[in-house]
Design a protein around this ligand. Structure first.
Ligand code: GTP
Ligand code: MG
Length: 626
């Protein structure tokens, strides 16, 4: 009976797998016809690009011509990128992309192992991570004659390097200069997005890291797929962002037989039975994969296994790619969620720059932190942005339910553990158009105003319905997980952190509104002082400091408290702010009134303390003098 049930289950998984394979093929054709790559096509093309690429460590970018000439013997190089990694010294790398995967393979296969050359004991692993040794050493080794090398070199005209130092992020001071030079807050928002988002080289490097893991197990699992997801591929990633990777044994990448052929086959693989329950089996497998990465893969270091988490992960650092990686094996919903975010980002050009600036603002005031904890995650923050854009009077994004309703048979996706991730992949079928013409800076201000007034206490946010629902439990913040509606995406957020968010959005609305109102600076003044977004992001030091439970809200600057008094004396030169939004005006006024009375109380109590202290001090002095 048990065996029968297991067989039925296997059949069910097999059916899902087949449907998925048909779906992948069909969706591909459909969207290709319209000339816009789908998420799956984008992912596939990046995987193929990684298969055509190699990474070679060199002494500096000056080695490029020599390396180009040497490597051109294996095939036609179509692009070349340079980057550096800060170790004890600055290490230089060149990423070369060939026209064909077989060319890259030939280059890899021609490579020697350092153990062969020096007699040292190193693990002879084949990978795309290589180093370029001096010509004299190679010639002395007798592998290739120097004459042959020079002849080959002479044949090729070097392709210019596409990127030099291609992974260097803008230093804060540089970014500040750039943003000061903008003409408006609108332009600052665009500049910030264009200069801090993950670039093409960053994406290439992340797919090379994925390919390395995939190749490591390809012998046993030829169909395995290591799939990047999260901010590395959804268009919301900034330079230096972590790589989220999901490793699947049955990714369908290189299977020789098609689903149909397999279903008819009379030959069946002998395999090992999964003996324990799914979760502990995954944990055991991940332990094993962790060892494999740690012991055999070049560049992989600091491997940490976090197997008790809801989604068990292996964390590691890749020293040749300067990359932090989170590898999971059971988080397919995260992958499909990234697809949704990617599609939303593609739908309207304002979505990504807006989300970027909000993520940056949250980082600058210490609301987010790279490590997980009781604070809001970047993903939850992105959900807040999406919901804000959905609920506008003229929505900029559709409800997810509209995508689900418009799904065709080719869009069916069900994860291994039965979670339905079916939604239309072709936005044309959703037929959503926005008539909202607000600028980015208007949307940013509206975002802050919207969440200043949002009732986090009683309401849950549903991206599926594009509306707020009654909160089903006592979590401080509740965002219904779009793909697993019984879960709360922001369950980790503590009451204090939620309160801090509410305070910071009010603060930001206040600052931004005054920036908009006072945007009469001359060009020279704009270059010389902080303005616009720079005033919103003016607390970068907070990014690494976690607020403790007794944080002091930075709602009101002391100088603001005396605004009225100074005005009445005619002593202030600062013009008062006319708030367009009456609710905001009221809120600001009541905050100021409350703060004034608090300050008054503080002053009174400090005067009282000071009097008593001075009395006791003089008593002490007089005692000593006796
Ligand atoms: P950064 O790493 O901070 O740059 O952002 P990120 O978008 O990559 O977030 P994170 O690494 O925390 O998560 C990676 C991806 O997993 C996200 O982009 C989502 O697609 C997905 N994800 C994260 N948390 C959840 C969740 O609670 N539910 C679902 N369905 N997906 C999630
Ligand atoms: Mg991430």
């Amino acid at each position: 009976m048990n065996t029968l049930m297991r067989r039925a289950q296997q059949l069910q998984h097999w059916r899902t797998y087949c449907i998925k394979q048909c779906a992948v093929a069909a969706t591909g054709n459909e969207t290709a016809a319209k000339g816009k790559p789908s998420y799956e096509q984008f992912i596939d093309s990046r995987h193929q690009q990684a298969e055509r690429s190699i990474v070679v460590q060199v002494s500096s970018e000056k080695s490029y011509n020599e390396l180009y000439n040497y490597c051109s013997r294996f095939g036609h190089i179509v692009s070349a990128h340079h980057y550096t990694v800060q170790h004890e010294d600055e290490l230089h790398y060149l990423l070369l992309e060939y026209a064909n995967a077989s060319d890259a393979s030939a280059a890899i296969d021609s490579s020697a192992h350092s153990g062969e050359l020096s007699g040292s004991t190193s693990v002879p692993v084949r990978s795309s991570f290589l180093w370029f040794r001096a010509a004299a050493a190679a010639a002395a080794g007798g592998r290739r004659s120097q004459a042959k090398l020079s002849a080959a070199s002479a044949q090729h005209k070097t392709l210019p390097l596409t990127t030099v130092a291609g992974t260097q992020s803008w230093a804060p001071a540089q970014l500040q200069l750039l943003l000061r030079g903008a003409k408006s807050i609108e332009e600052q928002l665009q500049l910030l997005y264009e200069h801090t988002r993950l670039n093409d080289l960053g994406v290439r490097m992340r797919f090379l890291a994925a390919l390395q893991v995939q190749r490591a197990i390809a012998g046993m699992f030829p169909g395995a797929r290591a799939q990047p997801f999260g901010s590395s591929v959804n268009g919301f990633g900034k330079m230096g962002c972590d790589l989220d990777l999901i490793l699947r044994f049955d990714g369908g990448a290189t299977a020789a037989a098609t689903g149909n052929e397999r279903e008819l086959s009379r030959l069946v693989y002998h395999t090992k039975e999964n003996l324990s329950n799914g979760r502990s089996q995954t944990q055991r497998q991940m332990e094993c994969i962790g060892d494999l990465l740690h012991l055999f893969l070049p560049g992989v270091c600091h491997v940490r296994r976090i197997l008790q988490a809801r989604v068990p992960i292996i964390k590691y650092h890749h020293e040749h790619l300067d990359l932090e990686v989170d590898l999971s094996m059971s988080n397919l919903t995260g992958f499909y969620m990234s697809e949704l975010l990617y599609m939303f980002g593609e739908l309207d050009p304002r979505v990504r720059p807006l989300t970027f600036s909000i993520r940056r603002w949250a980082q600058s005031c210490g609301l987010t932190n790279p490590s997980p904890g009781r604070w809001i995650s970047n993903f939850s923050l992105s959900c807040l942005v999406i919901y804000f854009l959905q609920q506008l009077r003229q929505p900029i994004l559709p409800a997810i339910s509209a995508l689900v309703k418009a799904a065709a048979a080719t869009d069916i996706r069900v994860t291994e553990d039965g979670i339905n991730c079916t939604f239309a992949r072709d936005m044309e079928r959703v037929a959503f158009g926005s008539r909202n013409t607000s600028s980015l800076s208007e949307l940013l201000l509206q975002f802050f105003e919207f969440y200043s007034q949002f009732d986090f206490h009683n309401r849950a946010i549903s991206l599926n319905e594009a509306r707020a629902l009654s909160k089903p439990d006592h979590s401080a913040m509740y965002i219904v997980n779009p793909l697993e509606p019984l879960l709360n995406v922001s369950k980790n957020v503590s009451l204090e952190e939620c309160e801090r968010l509410r305070i910071e959005v009010r603060n930001a609305a206040w600052i931004l509104e005054s920036e908009v109102e006072n945007s009469t600076l001359t060009e020279q003044e704009r270059h010389e002082q902080s303005w616009g977004l720079l005033n919103l992001f003016k607390h970068p030091e907070k990014a690494v400091i976690r607020p403790n439970m007794f944080f002091k809200p930075r709602m009101v600057e002391v100088s603001d408290l005396f605004e009225k008094a100074q005005h009445s004396n005619g002593a202030s030169s600062t013009p008062s702010i006319n708030y367009k939004n009456s609710a905001m005006r009221q809120q600001v006024q009541s905050i100021k009134a409350a703060a004034r009375s608090e300050l008054k109380q503080l002053r009174e109590s400090s005067t009282a303390t000071a009097t008593s202290t001075s009395t006791s001090t003089s008593t002490a002095k007089s005692k000593r003098s006796r």
